[in-house]
Design a protein. Sequence first.
Length: 501
Amino acid sequence: MYGRHESTKQHGSGGRRAVLWLLLPPLLVLIVLKTNFLPEAARIRESGFTRFKDEMVSKVSSLGLDSARWQQKSLDTEKPESAKDQYNNQQNEILATNGAKDASLINSDVEAPALSKLTCNFSNRHSDYCTMEGDLRIHGKSASVYVVASSTHRPENSTITVRPYTRKWEPGTMARIREVSLRSTPPAFSFVIPPKCTVRHDVPAVIFSTGGCGKNFFHAMSDLIVPLYITAHEYNGRVQLLITDYNADWVAKFRPILAALSAYPVIDFDADTAVRCFPAARVGLESHRILGIDPARSRNGYTMRGFRDFLRSVLSLQRAWSTPVSRSSGQKPRLVFALRRHSRAVTNEADAVAALADVGFEVVAAGPEDVSDMAGFAAVVNSCDVIVGVHGAGLTNMVFLPHNGTAVQIIPWGNLKYPCRFDFGDPVPDMGLRYEEYEATAEETTLKDKYPRDHPVFADPLSIERNGKVWEVFLEGQNVTLDIDRFRGAMQQIYQSITTE
Ligand SMILES: *[C@@H]1O[C@H](CO)[C@@H](O)[C@H](O)[C@H]1NC(C)=O
Ligand SMILES: *[C@@H]1O[C@H](CO)[C@@H](O)[C@H](O)[C@H]1NC(C)=O
Ligand SMILES: *[C@@H]1O[C@H](CO)[C@@H](O)[C@H](O)[C@H]1NC(C)=O
Ligand SMILES: *[C@@H]1O[C@H](CO)[C@@H](O)[C@H](O)[C@H]1NC(C)=O
């Protein structure tokens, strides 16, 4: 029902075994005391463990998991269920090392009780995130993650809460994100009895929220897809994604990418009544910058170019490179014009498209209806060398351009150069693309039909910002009427730079 990763294996040793364990401890203590067995036991235990570990490492090395410590844990499928089981396991171990000149016994179903571990990083600007391994029990319905018998447990933070979204600097957005509680229990006795596993997974979990991006493609990419790549790509698909504030449209739209990151169907966390046990988990996504990756902060040295190669492979996009087109050959560079409809629309788009064709581009005009089919539109963008658009989510499609392509941002009126660059300018070079901008003048905005020229909208745009009206006045409140000659001139230069004789 949930997919092939879930084992329905019955856990627990069964009544007969339990009785046996109850009888054994006094006997064992006796043997140990009587026979000077300890050094040898330690030795066998060590070699047995090494062999166990080697086997596991070879078994998982094909998975591409990068840390040996991790590899070892990922195969620890049987974990003690409670303090009492842990005690029993310790007895198991003594029995195994004692009884066993034959090390195969150690490789059977007995193992050292592993302590769990939890580390969190709250010092990032974009997101809080925690990493854990060991005996983890996750109950989506109550948004709880139990970190059982944790060596990193501290009484003062035995419960830690995380809102797993990447816009930590926006309290309004974060308020909509469901809080996930991480509850640690100490290695020894605890009054907190963690729930029993109902489902066991042998791959790590990644928990994040889709509650902060709505239908916005820029936020979906910048807040979630890129961070998800940073956080989960290293598992080569051997990872279970659990989504809180489950946004079904988002999941449907990004299904091909999700399927490339995880071999298993995503789980709607908030609706999930199972207690799922995992050997490792991450709560929250790592995020470095807007629509970007900082290779120095990525455990695996990921880059934005690598991310774009990943997208190209997932969506079967044909062109890796945009190469200069020879003008004399009669070929034309292709340009996609991402058009908007309700705000920041180009009122004279037909004239603008004609001017672009005039300059020498083969133009694809794409409205919001064309852009909504991500895979289809990705192929269109990838077939082009240039994307042009007024500041807005549509420009995010630049991620599908071939390397060396050019992104042109038209900046609306309102002293918006820096915020616009922040979203769609600064991220561009790391993508292996070139960035150009075209800043609309006071003559090129429909605001001039609404406000006199001595109004602060023109005379002092910063005052609009100070009054918190940027969104309303400059982003939602204007369309752009391009000065066609000026626009043609700017695009002519770009044409020259990406073509040869
Ligand atoms: C718990 O608090 C201690 C300090 O008291 C700190 O060192 C540790 O990192 C905290 N653990 C987590 C998971 O935040
Ligand atoms: C936490 O994140 C910050 C910011 O990225 C980083 O500088 C720091 O090294 C991280 N701390 C740990 C313990 O990884
Ligand atoms: C990238 O673009 C520049 C400028 O148009 C050009 O000189 C260079 O040859 C291009 N690189 C490739 C690999 O096509
Ligand atoms: C922008 O133009 C569209 C028509 O393309 C219109 O519906 C909308 O109201 C205009 N918005 C503004 C702020 O002028």
